[in-house]
Design a protein around this ligand. Structure first.
Ligand SMILES: [Zn+2]
Ligand SMILES: [Zn+2]
Length: 369
């Protein structure tokens, strides 16, 4: 009998996830199969669950095997796959992190080393998980790594709980600060202290940022931001009007404004105030909003008169995943990474987990297959 594995399948907005079973695929030449050991619920999973990022409206075929953040072990290697993306030998059983998207390596963006801009990188989501190779997400037993995949071995001393957030949240903000070209001494504002926001604090500090200001409105998240070394916290409940928050940022940056503001809250409404927090000639990095059609009333004169560069960023390159893992290993005692994943649940509780994290009191839940 063919071995089977489970996959949490998304059937449409407002419908519960179903745990489907599919035959475990044999990797084709150049591909690999990993066995998921831990998978995190990311903010973008919540965007899908809430219906803000409706896959059906984007022409994606249902059902979709949901989830993209996680850590795993190599279950099988396709013909010709003998090494990880940095040339280290790779074998069945090795613990690995992987890119959850697949840059083609042959388009104009890939040629220029900007794999995160590759228009073909999410090709695996074009077909439903009922179609081979079925395992196209991380909420389940397996994930199929198509050819041209990104994969790195995890150092033994890093437990799964610490590593599970690297292949989305941590690598994403590593690329984000790169896109922003964050320089030593620059003052930054981070909008949103969820998983991405917390990694962003650590990465900004490691890049030599000056004052780091974090904006959020949930006690647990603000406490974690402080534990990660944020210099200043702006609590939405204490300063409920955007104008007062903008004034506070100006006050904390000698009247100038931030050199870089990074948006990691995922709500269009925060963009206008975020852009107003940027000092003249600064940069605004947009990462959190990934739902086409969800928008806000923009004032483009803020960008022109303020000479503000607005930089969008989605996904990362293999170098960013490699570097994020390296920073994690080197700084594991300097930041409380172990507090980012706040709760662990069995895969079967996925519907309850989505609802709980949506409330904001769970920073990042992990699903154990
Ligand atoms: Zn994510
Ligand atoms: Zn490409």
């Amino acid at each position: 009998m063919t071995e089977r594995g489970r996959a949490a399948a998304f059937y449409g907005v407002g419908q519960p996830f179903r745990i489907n079973e599919y035959p475990v695929p044999e990797p084709r030449p150049g591909a690999a199969l990993v066995r998921i050991t831990l998978a995190n619920v990311c903010g973008s999973d919540l965007h899908v669950w809430r219906g803000e990022l409706d896959p059906a409206k984007r022409g994606r075929a249902l059902p979709i095997h949901q989830g993209h953040e996680g850590v795993s072990r190599i279950a099988a290697l396709g013909e010709g796959v003998t090494t990880a993306s940095d040339g280290q030998p790779l074998a069945v059983g090795d613990r690995v992190v992987f890119g959850y998207f697949f840059p083609c390596g042959r388009c104009r963006a890939c040629l220029r080393g900007k794999e995160w801009c590759c228009p073909n990188r999410m090709h695996h989501r074009a077909t439903p998980c009922d179609d081979w190779p079925h395992f196209k997400g991380t909420f389940g037993d397996y994930f199929y790594l198509y050819p041209n995949h990104i994969v790195f071995k995890v150092p033994d001393e890093l437990p799964d709980e610490l590593v599970a957030g690297v292949n989305c949240a941590m690598a994403q903000v590593t690329c984000g600060w790169d896109v922003a070209r964050l320089e030593v001494g620059e003052q930054v504002v981070i909008q949103g202290a969820g998983g991405l926001g917390l990694y962003a604090i650590a990465l900004a500090r490691e890049r030599g940022a000056g004052r780091i200001i974090v904006v959020d409105g949930v006690t647990e998240r603000l406490d974690l931001a402080a534990a990660f070394g944020a210099d200043e916290l702006i609590d939405l409940r204490e300063l409920p009007e955007p104008d007062r928050r903008i004034a506070r940022v100006k006050e904390l940056t000698d009247g100038w404004g931030a050199d870089v503001v990074m948006e990691l809250a995922g709500f269009p409404a925060v963009i206008d105030e975020g852009v107003r927090m940027v000092g003249s000639g600064g940069r605004y990095v947009e990462i959190g909003n990934i739902s086409p059609g969800l928008t806000y009333q923009a004032d483009p004169a803020l960008w022109t008169i303020g000479n503000v560069a607005v930089l969008g960023n989605n996904h990362y390159s293999r170098q960013h995943l490699h570097d994020a893992l390296d920073v994690l290993a080197r700084t594991r005692d300097s930041y409380p990474y172990d507090r980012i994943v706040s709760h662990k649940f069995p895969l079967g509780e996925i519907n309850e987990v989505m609802a709980a994290q949506d409330q904001g009191h769970i920073t990042r839940a992990s699903l154990v297959p």
